[in-house]
Every structure is written in structure tokens, then in C-alpha cells.
Design a protein around this ligand. Structure first.
Ligand code: PMT
Length: 390
């Protein structure tokens, strides 16, 4: 969708500058034209040669290069359909917010009258500085698209908010802005995390699902313009609708409320097949007995029930297996009646539960099978959505 679009990337001086090399490749793979303009400080983190090779264009750094009698920053504003400032340092954000135009990048932004995406990345202390926050708010009010930084390990060794967001999000945001009408306003429900079945007020039965797989699908769908409802057992803060649930029954109730108006549902949650039959309202006391018995009773099969009552929805199940992945997945897709089944091997430590990676096979009800090599869950999420949208 970005084919032949002209994207101007502004890189400022921050360690996250190296990540923008991959972003340039992503735009180029999408057949967009890319030009890069950098601050002098950005050159401490990436080289001009790298950026030139990746973008296949000259890189602008100096302010007063007059080429072909064009004023350089104005030539950029004429050429580009969109400008993406990433990483945007505290310094550059503050300059932009105050109309300062003292280098090629800030002069270009100042003159630019088309959409601008600003992707901040900095140390947590700088990000939380009220002056920076005020400047960011000012830019938001002025219709700049700001993609907030993520929380995680930072180059300075601290753990906090300030890390550059995923390139996928920058890419999808660019796509969404440049192709607003192409994105369908479809509603998608995604479940994530392991359900929690109480034994008593203190103990419970659950599983190792971290919710990462479901979350990656929800983020990807949101970035692609879907109306997203994430139903998860984990606490998350997202710009789309999230409903936190605990048990399988809670999850079923939450889904039922949203299901009728949904176009897609992806059941990535690890739902307990059984719950405790008579859960105790009081903490169970230790007795003299060496063994105790918990009686479990079946939970509803949420996925199967949805498939039985579906109208227009495309329904995607997941399949977690520790052996005979393919054989069990084929049985499961038939048994559940879903349109697609994403099967993963949860006996491996490097994929599946609680890993940032997965390796899956996507089975479709008409017998097609697609194998996705091991990749980040964000990449797998993209491929799953691509497959079900086709
Ligand atoms: O959360 P992560 O740490 O990122 O890990 C991801 C994952 C391994 C949990 C995920 O990729 C995955 O495999 N999710 C499905 C786990 C599961 O419950 O698989 P299952 O084979 O037991 O169930 C098959 C399908 O039926 C699943 O879509 C499940 O959501 C659904 N189900 C299961 C039981 C039940 N009572 N109701 C259901 O709807």
C-alpha cells in the first residue's frame, strides 16, 4: 500500500537511530521512495553511507546545501507525502514544538504542511520531564501524530519508558495515514493469556500463557485500522478496548457481549478445559491427611460454541500441543469447526509460552496448510492477519 509513496525520514541523535536502518528497509520492501534527513548528532549513531545505501538516495544533513537552485528543506517538503521523525530526541521535539528551525531537519519540519509522525525515544527521566511532556502534548494538539515510546530496557541500563516503539507500529501508522480509506472498519476480538480457575481465595489453577501472542495480534490489528477488542487475563494499557477477565467463564461472558457485532475472532488465550468443581469461599486448611483430592468439572468450550453459533464471523482458534502437532491440529480444526487453526509446539522453550518468538502452522478449514518459520510474535501476528484477511 505504500508503493510509490514518498517518505521522508528525519533522524535525530539517539541510540535508537540504528533501528531506523531496518525501518528504511521495510519502506523500501513496500516499494516506497525514501529520503533521509539527519541532524548532525544523528551522525554519531549511524553513518551517512549506511543511510544512503539503504534509502538509495542522498542524505541531507547540512543546512545550506543548495542543489539545482532548490532550497533544500523546501525541496524535501515538496517531494515528501509524509515525514517521519524517528527517533525524535527531547531536544528536537522541543525545538519543533517551539517553531525553532536551526538545522535542516527542524527547518524541514517547520515548513512541512503534510502529515508528520513523531516517534520519541529517550531516557525515562527526559521523557517524564514535565517540559518535554508539555511539548509533546502541544504537538498532539497541533495534529502531529506522536507514537509514544515503550517501556523496557534502555541503552543507559535503566528499565523504564522511553524505548523506541516497534518499527512495525511506525510502518503501519504511516500506511494508515497515507491510505485511510483502504482500511476496513472491521471489528476483531482477540483473547490472550491463561485463564485462572480458583481453588479457594488463595490458590488457583492456571497455565504458562503470558498473553504475548494475543497481544501481538491485537497490536497488529489495531495498527492496521481494525476496531480491536482484546479480552485478556493480563493487565494491559492500550489505546484500544481491553477487557480484563479471570476465569474461562468470565472470558466466555465477555466474548458473548462483543461477538454479535464482530467480524473476526482470534482465540489465542490458553483456556482451562476444567475448573474446580466446588471452589471454597474460605481458605482450605491443612489437615492431617497426606493427600487431598480436587474434583474438576468441564469448562465450556468457548471456541466450539462460537463456531456453532457464528453468523458472519471468521473464527480463528489456536492449538497448543506438546506432541503430534500436525495430526492433533487436523483433528482439532474439525472438532472445533473454526475457519483457521494456528498450531504451535508448546514443548519448546524457544517459542510458544512466554517467549517473544513463535513458529506456527496455519490450517484452514478447506485443507490449506501454511508453515511460518520461527519469528518474533509481532511478525507471526502479521502473517496470521494477512492469511485470514485473504
Ligand atoms: O500467551 P503466550 O505466552 O504468548 O503463549 C501463546 C500460546 C502458546 C498460549 C498460544 O500461541 C496458544 O497456543 N494458545 C492456545 C492455547 C490453548 O488453549 O490451546 P488448546 O489446544 O488447549 O485449545 C484450542 C483452542 O480452543 C484455543 O483457541 C483455545 O483458546 C480454545 N479453548 C480451549 C478450551 C476451552 N475450554 N475453550 C476454548 O475456547
Amino acid at each position: 500500500m505504500l508503493k510509490d509513496k514518498n517518505i521522508l525520514i528525519g533522524i535525530t541523535g539517539g541510540i535508537a537511530a540504528y533501528k531506523i536502518c531496518e525501518l528504511i528497509r521495510m519502506y523500501k520492501r513496500a516499494e516506497a521512495n525514501v529520503k533521509v534527513v539527519c541532524t548532525q548528532n544523528a551522525m554519531n549513531f549511524v553513518t551517512k553511507t549506511t543511510l544512503q545505501s539503504l534509502s538509495q538516495n542522498d542524505v541531507g544533513i547540512e543546512h545550506f546545501n543548495i542543489d539545482d537552485f532548490k532550497i533544500e528543506h523546501i525541496a524535501y517538503t515538496d517531494w515528501a507525502d509524509i515525514m517521519v521523525v524517528a527517533p525524535a530526541s527531547a531536544n528536537t521535539i522541543s525545538k519543533i514544538a517551539n517553531g525553532i528551525a536551526d538545522n535542516l531537519l527542524t527547518s524541514t519540519v517547520c515548513a512541512f504542511r503534510k502529515p508528520i509522525i513523531i516517534v520519541p525515544a529517550m531516557n525515562t527521566g527526559m521523557w517524564e520531564n514535565p517540559i518535554i511532556q508539555e511539548n509533546v502534548e502541544k504537538l498532539k494538539k497541533l495534529n502531529y501524530t506522536i507514537i509514544d515510546p515503550e517501556t523496557g530496557f534502555l541503552a543507559c541500563g535503566a528499565n523504564g519508558k522511553g524505548r523506541l516503539c516497534d518499527n512495525d507500529l511506525i510502518f503501519d501508522t504511516t500506511d494508515k495515514i497515507l491510505n485511510p480509506k483502504l482500511k476496513k472498519k472491521s471489528k476483531i476480538i482477540i483473547t490472550a493469556g491463561g485463564t485462572i480457575e480458583d481453588i479457594d481465595p488463595v490458590r488457583y489453577i492456571s497455565n504458562y500463557s503470558s498473553g504475548k501472542m494475543g497481544l501481538a495480534i491485537a497490536d497488529c490489528a489495531y495498527n492496521q485500522g481494525f476496531e480491536v477488542v482484546l479480552i485478556t487475563t493480563k493487565e494491559v494499557e492500550k489505546p484500544y478496548k481491553t477487557i480484563q477477565v479471570k476465569s474461562a467463564l468470565d472470558m466466555q461472558q465477555a466474548i458473548d457481549k462483543e461477538f454479535k457485532t464482530a467480524n473476526y475472532i482470534v482465540m489465542a488465550a490458553a483456556v482451562a478445559d476444567y475448573k474446580v468443581k466446588n471452589k471454597s469461599t474460605q481458605k482450605l486448611k491443612k489437615t492431617s491427611a497426606d493427600e487431598i483430592t480436587l474434583t474438576l468439572t468441564k469448562n465450556p468450550d468457548i471456541l466450539k460454541n462460537l463456531c456453532n453459533k457464528k453468523t458472519k464471523q471468521t473464527i480463528v482458534g489456536f492449538c497448543a500441543e506438546s506432541e503430534n502437532l500436525e495430526k492433533n491440529a487436523l483433528q482439532k480444526i474439525k472438532n472445533k469447526g473454526c475457519d483457521y487453526l494456528v498450531a504451535n509446539d508448546i514443548s519448546r522453550n524457544d517459542i510458544g509460552f512466554n517467549s517473544d518468538y513463535n513458529e506456527v502452522m496455519i490450517f484452514s478449514k478447506n485443507g490449506n496448510v501454511k508453515k511460518l518459520q520461527k519469528a518474533k510474535k509481532t511478525e507471526i501476528a502479521k502473517s496470521i492477519l494477512d492469511t485470514i484477511l485473504k
